[in-house]
Write a protein that binds this ligand. Structure first.
Ligand code: AMP
Ligand code: MG
Length: 346
């Protein structure tokens, strides 16, 4: 399949985006799948009402069929078509964070969406993205759009159209290039089907921000211990992994440098994932600075690019610094732990 590619300038007026947006929306209505930018990562969208369209998403990504997709909407009213009810706390969260990096789980109305999209669950995950191009496409199509990250399953999520191209060229109908995404890690997933909302996946909206709006917020125990079975099916799979094995090093710079030296003495080529503040400190085969530790948002924004960049080198292993699990650091550590398959050097 030939993959079309359009460039759009997200800063222009909505009407000027129109030709590319309408082509993308037409393809979605024809049940083709296309990649488009959101404020978190690039998404791979397909008509959530159509089994065929949704199956194309799973196939293009090589995604396990028991991992449900997030349904994206461009207008608030759309949600009534496929959720049973909007609980009060969910309504508060929608008002505070939509459009934005928060995905909310609701009890679903049977028959309104493709069961392939929701992996046969009785619940559905919904988000309204905060990106002018994504919103324009969603609104123009008028459809609920199932959209996971636009990468091959298991690989780091795409934060540029080039990343999508590397993974999915020839496998999907089109890519809308709107430049690099902003936040760089996926949305926070919160389950609002019980009285106390529970975070199933940390992401762009922090626990602290959620608590300010709805008070008590729980955390799926599987996020704290790698051995619990997660409530969010997708959290059990290996994700975001670079080609070379990744180890998280919970030690100071001197000790990290000693590990580098030891591995190099064994004849291995070593990559280091660090930050601007620390990069000059290390002597390794590849040193990649991913944002600034003093501003964790910049680390999140560059994390997947950093993980992908090691695939263009011949390092045998990657050693990464760790980050405080607070604010967006929670999402960063969650992704790093998964990318490392929980290999941590304490
Ligand atoms: P991705 O599409 O790669 O951003 O992943 C979406 C995440 O949301 C995965 O971890 C899914 O397992 C999770 N998810 C989607 N729908 C549901 C649902 N109904 N209940 C719990 N988790 C869900
Ligand atoms: Mg993903």
């Amino acid at each position: 399949m030939e993959t079309k590619r359009w460039s759009v300038d997200k800063t222009v007026d909505k009407r000027e985006l129109y030709p590319q947006v309408s082509q993308a929306a037409d393809l979605l209505r024809e049940n083709e799948v296309i990649a488009f930018p959101t404020e978190t990562v690039y998404g791979l969208g397909g008509n959530a009402e159509n089994d065929g369209a949704v199956s194309k998403i799973f196939e293009a990504k090589g995604r396990p069929s028991d991992n449900p997709l997030i349904i994206h909407i461009g207008k608030m009213e759309q949600i009534e078509e496929f959720v049973q009810e909007v609980p009060q706390k969910a309504a508060k969260l929608m008002e505070a964070f939509w459009p934005g990096a928060l995905t909310i789980i609701f009890n679903k109305k049977e028959g309104a969406l493709s069961d392939v999209a929701t992996a046969g669950l009785s619940t559905v995950a919904v988000r309204m993205p905060d990106h002018p191009v994504a919103l324009a496409i969603l609104q123009e199509s008028g459809l609920p759009i199932a959209a996971p990250s636009a990468n091959r399953s298991g690989r780091p999520s795409p934060t540029t159209a080039q990343h999508v191209w590397e993974d999915l060229n020839g496998r999907i109908a089109g890519i809308v290039d709107g430049g690099p995404t902003g936040i760089g890690v996926e949305s926070t997933v919160i389950d609002c089907t019980e009285d106390i909302p529970v975070i199933l996946r940390p992401g762009g909206v922090t626990k602290e921000q959620l608590q300010e709006v709805v008070g008590e917020v729980g955390v799926d125990p599987a996020l704290l211990k790698s051995k619990e079975a997660p409530k969010s099916p997708g959290m059990k799979y290996t994700h975001y992994a670079p080609d070379a094995p990744l180890y998280l090093v919970k030690r100071g710079r001197e000790e990290l440098q000693e590990i580098i030296n030891e591995k190099r003495r064994e004849g291995l080529s070593v990559g280091v994932l660090t930050t601007e503040e620390n990069k000059a400190y290390y002597d390794a085969d590849v040193v990649y600075a991913c944002g600034r530790r003093a501003e964790l948002e910049t680390v999140a924004a560059h994390l997947y690019e950093a993980l992908r960049s090691f695939n263009n080198t011949d390092v045998d292993l990657i050693l990464s610094e760790t980050f405080p699990s607070e604010g967006v650091g929670d999402a960063i550590m969650n992704r790093l732990l998964k990318a490392a398959g929980h290999k941590v050097i304490e």
